[in-house]
Design a protein. Structure first.
Length: 232
């Protein structure tokens, strides 16, 4: 887990910057075995995977290649994506999870969600569609972060405390939780709210800036309960 802002900044500064590409080539390529890119070829068709600079060198060394296509999605990226192959969670297409993120068991990350470096996502939490969990954001267990919600990240200034969302919290769609805020266990943040200060346990807050409108009762608990079947 990497959550100290100075360590994260140092990691980003010292990381080897990467511009990965896929190069699709039609035509014979000379000295393919000596190429530093990974290659997959059949006849006069080949796919090369590697760094942009290596692709440029390959093309320069093979001026006879007139038909090619280069595919890429980043430039001088300092932080790779998290390797999620061994994570016991459900991660849907289009989610972007950067390296040094901690994902708990049975977490659900929906389409278009973004989770930045240093974030921690507790067990059975759902990060809904297009939600953003910023750098160092800490989300507890059994939390629902609604579609389009923003958990503000904190790298600058480094003195700022990251957002902390405790267990069993429900955050409505398009809500914004600002830097340094702590949302207490069992609280509810209404859709579209902008939370600028700490939220007590079991409180229900709404508005911009968000204010306490009541505390959870039996009816509220029933209306805001989560579904375990979505997290299995």
């Amino acid at each position: 887990m990497l959550q100290d802002p100075y360590e994260i900044a140092r990691y980003i500064k010292e990381a080897k910057k990467s511009t990965p590409v896929k190069l699709y080539v039609s035509g014979m390529v000379n000295n393919i075995d000596n190429c530093s890119m990974k290659s997959f070829s059949s006849g006069d068709m080949a796919i090369f995977i590697g760094e942009y600079a290596d692709a440029q060198k390959l093309l320069a060394d093979n001026p006879q290649i007139a038909n090619y296509y280069m595919e890429y999605d980043r430039r001088n990226s300092a932080i790779p994506l998290l390797d999620t192959n061994e994570i016991n969670a459900r991660i849907e297409p289009g989610a972007v999870i950067r390296d040094m993120v901690t994902i708990g068991k049975d977490v659900v990350v929906m389409m278009g969600a973004v989770i930045n470096i240093g974030a921690v996502i507790g067990e059975k939490t759902m990060i809904d569609m297009n939600a953003v969990v910023g750098a160092r954001g800490t989300i507890g267990k059994n939390v629902h972060v609604g579609a389009g919600a923003v958990i503000a990240g904190v790298l600058e200034p480094p003195s700022k405390t990251p957002v902390i969302i405790e267990d069993d919290v429900l955050i409505g769609a398009n809500a914004v939780i600002l830097e340094g805020v702590k949302v207490g266990k069992g609280a509810v943040v209404a859709a579209g709210s902008v939370v600028t200060g700490d939220v007590p346990e079991m409180a229900v807050v709404a508005g911009s800036p968000a204010r306490i409108v009541k505390y959870k009762d039996g009816r509220t608990v029933e209306k805001t309960k989560l579904l375990d079947d979505l997290r299995g």
